[in-house]
Design a protein around this ligand. Structure first.
Ligand SMILES: NC(=O)c1ccc[n+]([C@@H]2O[C@H](COP(=O)([O-])OP(=O)(O)OC[C@H]3O[C@@H](n4cnc5c(N)ncnc54)[C@H](OP(=O)(O)O)[C@@H]3O)[C@@H](O)[C@H]2O)c1
Length: 297
């Protein structure tokens, strides 16, 4: 029996935990901040349910084979009490978060060689604790190698398509090329499609081009088609649709993962000597909006 603890059973963690719990060879528990009794997930192919053990107190946690961290990126340090109890000599820790810094964010808590960065594409919404819905089949990417292959094998009996990539860096940066646009609707509080203009396109294109330039300097292979796809998705964003989780989090009064989405492009751009004026301006404007949820994110 392989033991798995999911720290942060929100939209992504709850979905992943529920899918893994369908496999009788996996012993899945969740480490939560807010209690719930069971998981009920509306998937594209129907509802799945699961009743994993829900731990609320790190003192009750024991060493497991795998830890999956699925908190938001600004909650990294709050996972320390869990990690201290769950990670033993052979535990591997998968960081299932957006961005390109999964390992950097956790290497002060867990030795880097134990960490596995995970990119997930699975647009999920949590309506209440333990209640989640998503409308498109999930896809997971991890780096190739023994840990990546073992992680992929955990998903064999799920409807989440997991795969290991020799060029994982490109996978992470390609996703960021789409995600970095979310700062625009987070500022304007509306979808980009209905208010599309040449000037708005220049802003969106600037964000993505800068992300692609920094990503390429970091070793990612990012074709121009990736940039055009991201711009087109923004052009086609329909009235009323949420412009990504930054937008949704700002509307809900939550903190936002601005640093993991756009701050990182500015920081790495600075280090690499690549100008990132569009990302810098929009991050600065969001911070200057006085939103308490930007601070420390
Ligand atoms: N949702 C998506 O569609 C999606 C898609 C791809 C990638 N991602 C990425 O996946 C990551 C998770 O996003 P999400 O949407 O799943 O966020 P979420 O719904 O807000 O879930 C995060 C969960 O972490 C819990 N948490 C935070 N600190 C904790 C701690 N110290 N101990 C235990 N639980 C803790 C939260 O507890 P509470 O219940 O108390 O809030 C919440 O349940 C983010 O990096 C996001 O960018 C999300």
């Amino acid at each position: 029996m392989t033991s798995i603890a999911v720290i942060g059973p929100g939209a992504i963690g709850g979905t992943v935990a529920a899918w893994l719990a369908q496999d009788a060879t996996l012993d899945v528990m969740v480490c939560a901040r807010t209690p719930f009794d069971d998981l009920r997930i509306e998937t594209p192919n129907g509802v799945i349910t699961a009743k994993p053990e829900v731990l609320l107190d790190p003192a009750k946690a024991k060493v497991v084979d795998w830890v999956l961290v699925t908190t938001k990126t600004y909650d990294v340090d709050s996972t320390k009490p869990w990690l201290d109890r769950l990670v033993g000599g052979k535990t591997r820790v998968a960081i299932v978060q957006n961005g390109v810094e999964q390992v950097r964010l956790f290497q002060h808590l867990v030795p880097a060689e134990r960490l596995l960065p995970v990119v997930i594409n699975l647009p999920a919404v949590r309506t209440s604790p333990g209640r989640i819905a998503y409308g498109r089949r999930g896809v997971i990417a991890v780096p190739a190698g023994p840990d990546g292959e073992d992680f992929v094998a955990l998903f064999a009996k799920t409807e989440i398509a997991a795969a290991a990539y020799a060029d994982f860096v490109s996978q992470a940066w390609i996703k960021l090329c789409g995600n970095c646009i979310s700062v625009v609707p987070a500022l304007t509080l509306r979808a980009t499609g209905p208010v599309w203009s040449e000037d708005l396109e220049a802003i969106v294109r600037g964000l993505v081009e800068e992300c692609a330039a920094v990503g390429r300097a970091e070793g990612a292979v990012i074709s121009q088609a990736v940039v055009e796809d991201a711009v087109n998705n923004s052009r086609n964003m329909a009235e009323g649709s949420k412009g990504g989780s930054l937008h949704a989090d700002r509307l809900a009064g939550n903190r936002m993962e601005v640093d993991a989405r756009n701050g990182v492009i500015v920081r790495l751009g600075e280090k690499l000597g690549i100008p990132t004026p569009m990302n810098r301006v929009l991050v600065t404007l969001l911070a200057a909006s006085g939103s308490p949820w930007v601070a420390g994110s």
